[in-house]
Structure formats: C-alpha cells, structure tokens
Write a protein that binds this ligand. Structure first.
Ligand SMILES: Cc1ncc(C[n+]2csc(CCOP(=O)(O)OP(=O)(O)O)c2C)c(N)n1
Ligand SMILES: [Mg+2]
Length: 555
C-alpha cells in the first residue's frame, strides 16, 4: 500500500493543476475539482483497471464523470497517467484544444463520456453497467469489470437520479460503484440551504449498498472501494463528505475553503490567492504546471502493475477463446459493430397496417437473430410495439441478464441516457421506444447521443394528431420540427447529427429499420404511426422499390 504522505501529495498535485488550469484559462470551476481530488487519485492509482497499451480494451473498467464542470480534475489525473501533456492542460478551455471546458468523449485519452448536463453522466454509467452484465451473461466471468462513476450535489438533485437509482437498485447492479462528492456547496448556494433530504436513506430505499466516509481521507476511500468490490448484490454508493476548494488559501495564508464563490470562477476572482494556494499545496507558484517526481513515479509504477494485471487477464481470454471458438468470433463481432446478415426482403409485412405494427414484425425478426440487441421501453412496450422483440427473449432482471429487454418503467430521460451508456460501453446495440410526444422528455439525452455520435435507435410511435381521443396532451405537433432540426445540424464529424425516418407505410418501415441498423455513426429516430395506413400503390417487389427510395433519401 502506498505511503499516505505520497498519496496526499498526488492529490495535491491534482489540486494544483486543477486550480492552475482554471486560473490560466480565466474561467472554469476549481473548487469541486480540488475537493474530489482525493477520491479520483485513489481510484486511478489503485483501483481502476485498464490497459495502458490499449485504451479500447473491451474488458477495461469504465469511469463516467457526471459533473462535467469538474473536468480539470479528470484532465489532471489523466495527465498523471501520461494521457495529457502540460501544454494540453495549459490550453484548457481554449478554442481547438483537446481539453474543452466540459469533457467530450475521447476514449483514446481516457474520457469515456461527454459530460456537463448534470445527472446524465452517472445514468450513462448505469447503462454501461447493464451492458457489462449482459455481456458477462453471454461470454462469462472473464469479461467482468467495474463501472465507476462520480456524482456531485447537482447530479443527486437532478430528477434523473431517481430513475437511475431505481433501475440500478432493482437490477442489483453490483458492478456499479458511485462516489458522491458531498461538499455541501453548489453553484448559487450551500446545499443545506435548499434540501433536507437524507440521501443515504434514499439510495438505501432503492436497494443500494450505501457507505458514508470522509471523502478527503485516502484510507477511508480505499476501505470503501474495497467494500464496494466485495458487494455482490447491490450497487454501491460511497457518500464522501469533501471540502469545496480543499487547499485554497487567501492572501494572508488563511483557509479559503468551503466557499460557494470557488464553484465557478478562478480562485483569484473568488477572492482567494493562487500563489498562497499553490505554495501551500507544495507547488511552485511561478510554474505550477508540473508533476512532482515521486507522484509521476507512483503513476508510472501503477501503469507497470496494470500491464501485468491486464496480461494475466488476456491469458485467460486466450484460453477461453481456444475452448470456445464460436463464442470468441461472436465476442469480437459484437464489439466490432458487425451486423448479422439479415435478409430484409424475406420479411413479410401485412399490408395497410400501422407502421408501429410493421416495426413489431421487424423487431420480432431481430429477436433471436441479433443477439446483442437490447430493446427498452418506458412502460409502453405494448403500445409502442417494442414488445415485438419479446418474441424470442425476456426481460432483464436482478441476477438474470440472459434476456435482452429492459422494462425501464416510466422514465423516458433515464431510459435514453441508459441507451447512451449501453452504446458507450460497446458490444451491444441499444434501442428504445416511447410515444413521440414524450420525445420531449428525452431530448437532453438525444442531444448527447448526437454529440457523442452514438448509434442509439429511438422508436417514437403515435406520431400524429391522429392519436385522436387522447387529446392535445398526447398529440405530437412540434416534436418533428425539433428532431428534424437536430437531424440537420452537423456533428463534430461534419455529418448530420442524426437520421430521422418517418416511413409512409409498412413496406417503407422495413427499409427504414434497415437504414437504422446500418447507421452506426449517429442516432436514428423512427417516427411511426399508431393508426393503420394504406399501402402506397407500387409495382413489382415493394421492398426493393422502397429500398432504393430510402437510399436516395426520399423519406
Ligand atoms: C442539467 C444542468 N443544469 C444546470 C447546470 C449548471 N450547473 C453547473 S454546476 C451546477 C451546480 C453544481 O453543484 P455541484 O454539482 O455540487 O458542484 P460543485 O459546486 O460542488 O462543484 C449547476 C447548476 C448544469 N451543468 N446541468
Ligand atoms: Mg457540490
């Protein structure tokens, strides 16, 4: 076990770098990053398992940040790992830099998710934890790994945490370990000014294993993570009481900790003194962008141990592949996004039906044929017709991940975020459904699917005012304009941010589903009808004609 002085020095190094990045950029959030440094340091230097030689190794542990504003903490710890240079840190928040204000998905540098909209990051972690269990159920324990996530007061307060907490608890995701940075400070106020909730009891009620510790104490952090590893039935929440702006000092050398003002501006702007702070933490105020030699050594030796740990795990994999050649091919094809050969021309659609019914026919065909597809519905499976997928599979339940259907309950935003997490984890194809009018509830996650270029498939049924007697609350009016606008906006790769298809009859629905599956670099929305629609008159093989139409972008 590493000597506590050195561990604290490493955390101080992260604090110095975080404060200095914000100071240099003249914008950002130093306080939270400084308080969370102790946890992130123990996690990365002692627990997180990844391959220093291959950041995309399938069985790596994942770390999902929720409060994206604490990005300096993440970039700083990743710089200790050698993934960012001091120049990268100095370019924090600058145009074109690889260290944007809020982290953007960059697996090769160790950033597993885009974060910033509070609440979404930890919900993506729930999705990744489901993917991990789903794949372990198919390929075995040798693929097992942990999903860590870091949440703050903002994420705890966001309503989405209710969905994420409920689902993780009811599925018994013991592979999920969440650290809650409870620093009692948020953007405009102290936390206890606005809530009296007992967060521990709330998560216990959802079926979590809850541990409360001093989140700035490395020994307690280590113990809590060890206990979380031993938990086999429940997700673990480690509530770490931390100090906002830990180590911040004023010009007279007194503490400038625990201040709301250090949440979102450089320490100097908040009234603290960066020179006193950096020096108090053992750094050089004239050149704070440095790694302490012994800290760099600590991280270098962790990388060496990781190489050995990973080599061991890969030996197990090689042995497994020898014993299970067919499964080994499947494992690789899942992660390579390879689609099984599906002959869409053999799918027979009953004419003049609702396009949601046509979608059910196709999902029935996928069920059992696309073995890594996970379909979810927010308690509308028999209306949005995702239940077609249940033909050859069953729901995921606590202790049994051999099924492939996720009943998400009534929680559209949570479900969409979980889909993003499934896609980020890799190895699975994520599909979810609800009424089109409730796409509004999913919009923040849809936007993140688009930003991260994730191939999540959204099924939106009851597409028109023709939902009739349900009345205006259920009639999608402006929803299509919103998703069409998102579709037209270009993503980071210069392509449309999403693909939106609204097939005009059952045959077009088959083609739309084919296009959705083939679209692996952006989300797809399928807008489907509740009411029956007469088939469009066409000559010859309807599927082939429509396939061509679809290709030429006629939808
Ligand atoms: C969905 C969402 N709403 C609002 C914000 C703006 N915002 C950024 S941080 C924050 C509160 C931060 O409090 P906490 O999560 O405790 O972070 P800390 O102040 O401890 O760094 C808010 C409201 C956001 N990023 N996302
Ligand atoms: Mg806080």
């Amino acid at each position: 076990m590493t000597d506590t002085n050195l561990v604290n020095k490493a955390a101080d190094n992260i604090r110095i770098l975080s404060a200095s990045m914000v100071e240099k950029a003249k914008s950002g959030h130093p306080g939270g990053a400084m308080g969370g440094a102790d946890f992130i340091n123990i996690l990365y230097s002692e627990f997180l398992v990844f391959d220093p030689e291959n950041p995309r190794w399938e069985n790596r542990d994942r770390f999902f940040l929720d409060p994206g504003h604490m990005s300096p903490m993440l970039y700083a710890v990743l710089s200790l790992m050698g993934n960012y240079s001091m120049d990268d840190l100095k370019a924090f928040r600058q145009w074109g830099s690889i260290t944007p204000g809020h982290p953007e998905l960059d697996i090769d540098r160790g950033v597993e998710n885009t974060s910033g909209p509070l609440g979404q990051g930890h919900t993506m972690a729930v999705g990744a934890a489901i993917a991990e269990r789903f794949l372990a159920a198919r390929f075995g324990d040798w693929t097992s790994h942990k999903i860590y996530t870091f949440i703050s007061d903002g994420g705890i307060q966001e309503e989405i945490s209710q969905g994420a907490g409920r689902i993780a608890g009811s599925l018994g995701l013991s592979n999920l370990i969440m650290f809650y940075d409870a620093n009692n400070v948020q953007l405009s106020t102290y936390v206890d000014d606005i809530t009296d909730e007992d967060t521990a009891k709330k998560y216990e009620a959802w079926g979590w294993n809850v541990l409360s510790i001093n989140g700035n104490n490395p020994v307690e952090i280590r113990e809590a993570l060890t206990k979380a590893h031993a938990e086999t039935q429940k997700p673990t929440l480690i509530i770490g009481k931390t100090i906002m702006g830990k180590g911040a000092k004023s010009a007279d050398g007194n503490s400038y900790e625990n201040k709301v003002s250090t949440h979102g501006q450089p320490l100097t702007a908040a009234g603290a003194c960066i020179k006193q702070t950096v020096e108090g933490l053992g750094g050089n105020a004239d050149e704070p962008f440095q790694l302490f030699d012994d800290v760099a050594q600590l991280y270098a030796s962790r990388k060496e141990s990781l190489k050995k740990i990973v080599a061991q795990r890969k030996l197990v994999q090689v042995q497994w592949e020898k014993e299970n050649p067919a499964l080994a091919v499947k494992f690789r094809s899942f992660y390579a996004n390879e689609l099984p050969k599906i002959d869409f021309s053999t799918i027979v659609q009953k004419p003049d039906q609702a396009t949601r019914a046509a979608s059910a026919t196709i999902l029935g065909h996928f069920s059992g044929n696309i073995e890594n597809m996970i379909v979810s519905s927010a308690d509308l499976s028999n209306s949005d017709k995702t239940d077609g997928f249940l033909k050859n599979t069953k729901p995921l339940t606590k202790g049994d991940f051999s099924g492939a259907f996720l009943h998400a309950g009534v929680s559209e935003l949570t479900m969409a975020c979980i889909m993003n997490g499934l896609a980020l984890h890799g190895g699975v194809i994520a599909v979810c459904g609800t009424f089109f009018v409730f796409s509004d509830y999913m919009k923040p996650a849809l936007r993140m699917s688009a930003l991260m270029e994730l191939p999540v498939k959204y099924i939106w049924t009851h597409d028109a005012f023709r939902v009739g007697e349900d009345g205006p609350t259920h009639q999608p009016i402006e929803q299509e304009m919103q998703v069409r606008l998102l579709e037209s906006l270009k993503n980071h790769s210069g392509k449309n941010s999403m693909l939106v298809l609204r097939p005009a009859d059952v045959e077009e629905t088959t083609v739309a589903w084919k296009m959705a599956l083939e679209n692996v670099d952006s989300p797809t929305g399928l807008i489907l009808s509740r009411q029956n629609i007469k088939n469009i008159p066409r000559a010859g093989n309807p599927y082939q004609n429509d396939d061509e139409d679809g290709r030429y972008g006629h939808y």
